[in-house]
Write a protein that binds this ligand. Structure first.
Ligand code: ANZ
Length: 935
């Protein structure tokens, strides 16, 4: 019998597949098309590790599955070769980025080939090929010509380590996401792409694609659309209008002060004589800080000054003091706010600091049985009843939900304080808000949220409510002015409107609509939408990127390089290290920089900034549809044929970077009539990270990287590795690498190999005669076909493998009984088992397929389909117990009813004696599994 030897099989089949062009996607083929995309890699110096191979392995499994289902599959691969990693690697290793890229691509190519992926390599390219970036530049110019690429002098995020400007998306917690260096602010003239023009489209388009909510939500939050209103307040005693942006017009009666940013132009006009000095100091202090510092400080101590001036609330007509403070930023909204301390955290802090009034205007929705975390076993139901409390529910996790009459608040608080173990407050109440639910005499309930965890606050709860004397309003007023309770109202978006004149009693959402309508009618306001999303900073001061194809002419300004002069090639240079002054290294190459203006022919200079590394990846999937075209970026007929990407697998970390950017590019192309579909990717899934075995991130510096080539060469082979990667965990789960996993999957493949060999040997000896186990064999396989097909449709790769392992175990058991006598059934079993395994383990299955004498490749065979009649087994084994003790086992028809089963059990010879003269007190029946007579 032949031995399973992946070292011999795998390279041989890889070569054969390449020679026959098995995985070539065919333009305009009659079969339905399927574009399976995985994110193309940076060819970094380190090569790929096991973690990277997950995405390609799972993508390959899906591509192979679709091919066997009869699709014309396009599964492409290329290299995203521009960008900082390569440039940094080149500088460090003193080679040119071109040479570094060549070397790195060679390493990657070797690794990807060794893993047996079914990429159509004939469509491969690098983003650094001038034949490719010619079109990246051309596409950039379409943005430029439509006013969506523009230059502006702005404060940008600057990475002092990489010496380049960054996009907002590249800054995570104040650091450059690539090198973790704290980011600085720098004023530079930059190119920007107007992604904000597509903010709504980027949100709305998500409704038409199949993205998991964790991906869609992240994009929506990043875009941060807030719908609100601009409201005009008249400065008292003047004609000046002070305009603010608010997302909460429903809180307009809660405005107790206004705040202007220190840079606000009205500030100098409205300030009173007495306040001039103070305000001047405030302005000066703000000037010495960056926006970033101010944003950070806004989280700490609030500073500010009163201007002496007042504004008139256009709805309530109250006079409101105007303050200046740097927690309001000049660059957002209108640079001024109406402050509502009862419902806004920052305003609340400011009001607390300067002792300004707090006026709650929305009461949280009542009757929400939220949790009151007690965790105290020594507070008994009697204690609670003693202060008029009522236990509403106890949740599974032991959280007690209690309601109290509001008049008993003080008694209730005392109860908690008295009964509380020392340290309870800090120990037990971690991140949760504590919520008291108080009950009014009319039965309505109200929630009070307490999330200040300091014990002393508890003792502040001395206020005695005199229910007779106090109206609801005055209670709310008191609560609003009490720092302990104010948290109740903060961030309260829904509820009943109070303290708001004729609007009282309506819902906050209705109030929002009504106030805006009233403001519009009176000419004091209008609807406004603002976004967190900022335009995409598109300039990099680096060598290794696409030159921005613009020429600056003293006469004509920024002029597009004419199409027939594209690409603007990167000059080959010796020196390409970044500079400290924010100038691109290209600016030093005078022969390249100096050129003629395309419009007037006069001396002009080339743009020396290059594009960010996100440029090439923003449209690469389209190039796969027509990779060698020299006349257009892709021929329209091919774009029409391939349409959008059907499934896109990629990293979660790209959700608000590459995924958002490329959707923006595509939507713009669609508007230009350049592509046929409004969205680039019909479905997106994000795979989880594979960590090192020690649970840390795999990284070269930690020395815990697993190179797939090492695993393959150790003798396990690519198939065992691929199956292990698919089997390791649900695909979207982060999980540590398990070295034993490959040993296990290798054993599994070996069992498949041996089973097939034994089957072939038995055929050769010609014992073909139908046996008694035919049905059992077919049942195992039909169930497996259904299971694996369903699992692949749901991307449940790991359970698909588990099912195959189980089926192989069962087949081994049957083999011992049947000795391959049921020849036909065994042939069906082996053939189908191999086909189901083929997407995961392409080499071993192809080898065995050929050995079995099949014509053609297993990878172009037809995916099996199951027959329903084999899915249910015809009999079930029912255990019969008497008083919980096992007394008998019955083989009964699978569709047996309860009464039939019980009848059959009662007359069973082993049971009869127990039941002799007694009637069972109770009979427990678990369908198809168990009967228990309790006597
Ligand atoms: C009154 C109000 C009441 C507000 C309330 C919020 C809550 P987003 O959602 O991020 O867009 N704001 C407006 N312009 C500002 C500026 N230049 N600097 C600092 N804060 C500013 O935030 C919009 C809200 O942030 C606005 O709505 C405004 O405060 C504040 F219960 O107005 B709001």
């Amino acid at each position: 019998m032949k031995r399973y030897n992946p070292k011999e099989i795998e390279p041989r089949w890889q070569k054969a597949w390449t020679e026959t062009g098995l995985y070539k996607a065919i333009d305009f083929d009659k079969r339905p098309k399927y574009v399976m995309l995985t994110e193309f890699p940076y060819p970094s110096g380190a090569g790929i590790h096991i973690g990277h191979s997950r995405e390609y392995t799972l993508g390959d499994v899906l591509a192979r599955h679709k091919r066997m289902q009869g699709y014309n599959v396009l599964f492409p691969m290329g290299y995203d070769a521009f960008g900082l990693p390569t440039e940094n690697y080149a500088i460090k290793n003193k080679v040119s980025p071109q040479k570094a890229t060549d070397d790195n691509v060679a390493t990657f190519q070797k690794q990807l080939e060794a893993l047996g992926f079914s990429f159509d390599w004939s469509r491969s390219f690098r983003t650094t090929d001038p034949t490719y970036y010619k079109w990246t530049q051309w596409l950039f110019l379409q943005f430029f010509k439509n006013g969506l690429a523009y230059q502006a002098e702005i404060a940008i995020n600057w990475c002092p380590f990489c010496k380049t400007g960054l996009a907002n998306e590249e800054v995570v917690n104040g650091r450059h996401e690539r090198c973790d260096t704290p980011v600085e602010k720098k004023f530079l003239k930059q190119w920007l792409l107007k992604i904000t023009a597509y903010a709504d489209r980027l949100i709305n388009g998500l409704a038409d694609v199949d993205y998991p909510s964790r991906i869609a939500d992240q994009q929506i939050n990043w875009i941060g659309r807030s719908k609100g209103a601009e409201v005009d307040f008249v400065v008292d005693g003047t004609d000046e209008k002070l305009t603010v942006f608010t997302t909460r017009p429903d809180t307009i009666y809660g405005v107790t002060f206004m705040v202007l940013a220190p840079e606000h132009p009205l500030l100098r006009t409205i300030v009173t004589e007495e306040q001039k000095n103070h305000v001047g100091n405030c302005i000066k202090a703000a000037q010495s800080k960056t926006d970033l510092e101010r944003e950070e400080e806004a989280g700490r101590e609030k500073t500010g000054v009163f201007t002496g001036a007042y504004a008139v609330n256009p709805i309530s007509h109250q006079k409101i003091p105007i303050w200046a403070s740097d927690y309001v930023l000049i660059g957002y909204g209108a640079g001024a706010i109406m402050a509502v301390p009862a419902h806004d955290e920052r305003d609340w802090e400011f009001a607390s600091k300067f002792n300004l009034p707090v006026r709650p205007v929305i009461i949280p929705q009542t009757g929400i049985a939220s949790s009151f975390v007690m965790g105290q076993k020594n507070i008994t139901p009697t204690d609670i009843a003693g202060v008029g409390g009522n236990i509403e529910s106890v949740t599974g996790s032991g959280v007690l939900c209690v309601t109290f009459p509001i008049v008993q608040a003080a008694a209730f608080e005392r109860l908690i304080v008295d009964k509380m173990e020392p340290g309870f407050w800090n120990e037990y109440i971690s991140d949760e808000d504590v919520i008291f639910i108080f009950k009014h005499p009319d039965g309505s309930t109200e929630r009070l949220v307490l999330n200040d965890k300091n014990e002393p606050h508890i003792r502040n709860l001395g206020h005695k409510f005199n229910h007779q004397a106090e109206t609801d309003e005055s209670v709310w007023e008191w609560l609003g002015n009490n720092s302990f309770y104010v948290r109740l109202f903060l961030n309260c978006h829904e509820g009943k409107v109070v303290n708001s004149g004729s609007y009282n009693g309506i819902n906050a959402s209705d109030m929002r609509e009504q106030v805006v309508a009233d403001l519009v009618a009176s000419g004091y306001g209008r609807e406004q939408v603002h976004y967190k999303l900022r335009d995409w900073i598109f300039s990099r001061q680096h060598y290794w990127g696409e030159p921005i194809p613009i020429i600056h002419c003293p006469e004509h300004g920024a002029v597009a390089v004419p199409d027939n002069q594209l690409p603007v090639e990167l000059p080959l240079v010796d020196y390409y290290e970044p500079t400290d002054n924010g100038e691109s290294p290209l600016s030093a190459i005078e022969s390249w920089v100096n050129t003629a203006c395309p419009t007037c022919g006069q001396p002009a200079k080339r743009e020396t900034d290059t594009m960010p590394n996100w440029a090439g990846s923003s449209w690469y999937y389209l190039r796969y549809f027509d990779p060698h075209n020299t006349a257009v970026f892709a021929d329209r007929s091919k774009l029409d044929y391939w349409g959008a990407v059907d499934m896109y697998l990629g990293g979660m970390e790209h959700t608000t970077l590459h995924l958002l950017y490329s959707r923006f590019w595509h939507q713009f192309f669609y508007d230009q009539g350049l592509v046929p579909t409004p969205e680039p990717y019909m479905a997106r899934r994000g795979q989880g990270i594979i960590l090192a075995a020690d649970g840390a991130k795999m990284s070269k510096s930690r020395g815990n990287v697993i190179d797939p080539i090492d695993v393959i060469d150790s003798g396990y082979g690519a198939d065992a590795l691929r199956v292990a990667v698919a089997f390791i965990a649900p695909y979207d789960q982060t999980t540590p690498w398990s070295p034993e996993g490959v040993a296990g999957t290798y054993r599994f493949l070996n069992r498949v190999w041996i089973l097939t060999q034994e089957f072939m040997d038995s055929t050769a000896s010609g014992t073909g005669e139908q046996g008694a186990h035919e049905k059992d064999i077919l049942q195992i396989i039909h169930r497996l076909i259904k299971k694996v097909s369903d699992d692949l449709a749901g991307l449940n790769f790991n359970t698909a493998i588990a099912a195959q392992m189980e089926a192989v175990n069962e087949l081994y058991k049957l083999k011992e009984q049947d000795h391959f006598v049921s020849q036909e059934a065994w042939k069906f079993a082996v053939d189908n088992l191999l086909m189901l395994l083929a997407p995961f383990a392409p080499h071993i299955t192809e080898e065995l397929w050929q050995q079995l004498g099949h014509e053609g490749s297993i990878h172009t065979s037809q995916w099996p389909s199951h027959d329903d009649k084999y899915l249910t087994s015809e009999t079930v084994t029912v255990v019969v117990q008497v008083n919980g003790k096992l007394r008998a086992q019955l083989e009964l028809p699978a569709d047996v009813s309860e009464s039939q089963a019980v009848e059959a059990a009662k007359v069973d010879s082993k049971i009869v004696e127990y039941l002799a003269d007694k009637e069972a007190k109770r009979t427990i029946y678990i369908p198809g599994r168990l009967i228990n007579f309790v006597i």
